[in-house]
Design a protein around this ligand. Structure first.
Ligand SMILES: CC(C)(COP(=O)(O)OP(=O)(O)OC[C@H]1O[C@@H](n2cnc3c(N)ncnc32)[C@H](O)[C@@H]1OP(=O)(O)O)[C@@H](O)C(=O)NCCC(=O)NCCS
Length: 195
């Protein structure tokens, strides 16, 4: 598998994750709200994160992009700093399906970056970009915890549909949360992107 391509939106651009993103990935796994809302329970060392950052973009069956601000000056990006990550993983070439996940760093949430990042990745997943075919997917799925209404509302507004729930699959402090399984199929994506 080749590395993910560069993808450009209006507010943000996506580039493959690289070794220099280790510090920002480390921030992401230290962020209590982010780990709670993504249901991340595993813990990592800095060394593991550094190893991950330097190898993940060349691992098969997945595309891992850093979300970066799109602003340019004199034709060059003002900043190449990662402000979040978005991932297509569990790619199945026979079924033409994959899983989507994303996380923005705390200061960058609620500003529209997530919506645009998902739209660019779906375009690549279903239609390809710049005349290149991309993985030609038929289905993109994800799961979102019931304690995460912002993410769920965002996915619904982009055309993802709820398929079912894994009830009380996640422990949230003294209580439990469901995982809501959602997906979007290629014809649903095309209908959504025409509107
Ligand atoms: C979930 C996440 C990726 C969304 O990205 P984002 O850039 O913050 O989202 P956007 O600003 O593009 O859009 C958020 C949408 O949710 C809406 N929203 C915000 N807070 C909300 C809430 N509490 N309940 C319902 N909707 C809410 C916004 O109005 C916006 O909708 P709009 O575009 O129609 O106005 C980001 O907030 C994040 O990284 N959160 C922490 C990690 C996480 O939850 N990851 C997803 C795991 S499934």
């Amino acid at each position: 598998m080749t590395r993910g391509p560069l993808l450009h939106g209006e507010m943000m651009r996506l580039r493959p994750i690289e070794a220099r993103d280790a510090e920002r990935l480390w921030e992401a796994v230290q962020d209590p709200e982010g780990t709670r809302l993504t249901g991340t329970t595993a813990t990592f060392t800095r060394e593991q994160i550094a190893e991950w950052a330097s190898t993940v973009s060349d691992r098969p069956g997945r595309y891992d992009w850093a979300i970066c601000p799109a602003a340019e000056r004199d034709g060059k990006p003002v900043s190449d700093e990662m402000i979040g990550e978005i991932v297509l993983n569990d790619l199945d070439e026979d079924v033409r399906s994959a899983n989507l996940r994303l996380q923005l760093l705390p200061n960058y949430r609620g500003r529209g970056y997530g919506r645009e990042a998902i739209l660019e990745v779906l375009r690549f997943a279903f239609d390809g970009v710049d005349g290149e075919p991309g993985p030609g997917l038929h289905r993109v799925s994800l799961d979102v915890l019931s304690i995460n209404p912002r993410a769920q509302a965002l996915y619904e507004s982009l055309g993802f549909r709820e398929e079912g729930r894994l009830r009380d699959i996640y422990r949230d402090g003294d209580t439990w949360a469901d995982a809501v399984v959602m997906s979007i199929l290629e014809d649903e994506y095309r209908a959504m992107s025409r509107t």
